[in-house]
Design a protein around this ligand. Structure first.
Ligand SMILES: [Zn+2]
Ligand SMILES: [Zn+2]
Length: 129
């Protein structure tokens, strides 16, 4: 028998875990639940998620879309809007944002990549959010 102790790294913002530290560092900086996330999709360095969430709560999705058309930034705003509004649902590492402020992220991402035709971003995004 072989017994191994392993180190697992967890995101401070969601419940995602990884055995690889660099992968978790990268995830955490871009995590949709990180209030100052760097966006890997639209390449915004420091997204003010709370401001976007407040805009969504106050003026709705169209107002938010006039500020950003990035699906990942819009998804993060939805998650924050739920948090600010006190809507809680069980979370998991593959949480796709199906909460009270619902946003069809996957559909929006397909549209985004088709429009930008950015295969590099798609490859990087896949499985990272
Ligand atoms: Zn996370
Ligand atoms: Zn973005």
């Amino acid at each position: 028998m072989t017994t191994k102790k392993v180190t697992r790294h967890y995101c401070d913002h969601c419940r995602k875990g990884s055995f690889t530290k660099p992968r978790m560092v990268k995830h955490e900086s871009r995590c949709c639940r990180n209030p100052h996330r760097a966006c890997g999709v639209c390449e915004t360095e420091n997204t003010d998620v709370e401001a976007n969430a407040k805009l969504l709560i106050a003026d709705g999705l169209d107002a938010l879309k006039s500020k950003t058309d990035c699906p990942a930034c819009i998804l993060a705003a939805h998650m924050m809007a739920n948090k600010l509004s006190g809507y809680t649902t069980p979370r998991s590492s593959d949480d796709d944002g199906t909460e009270f402020f619902y946003y069809d992220y996957k559909e929006a991402m397909r549209g985004w990549f088709a429009e930008k035709n950015n295969a590099a971003v798609l490859a990087d995004w896949h499985g990272n959010y």
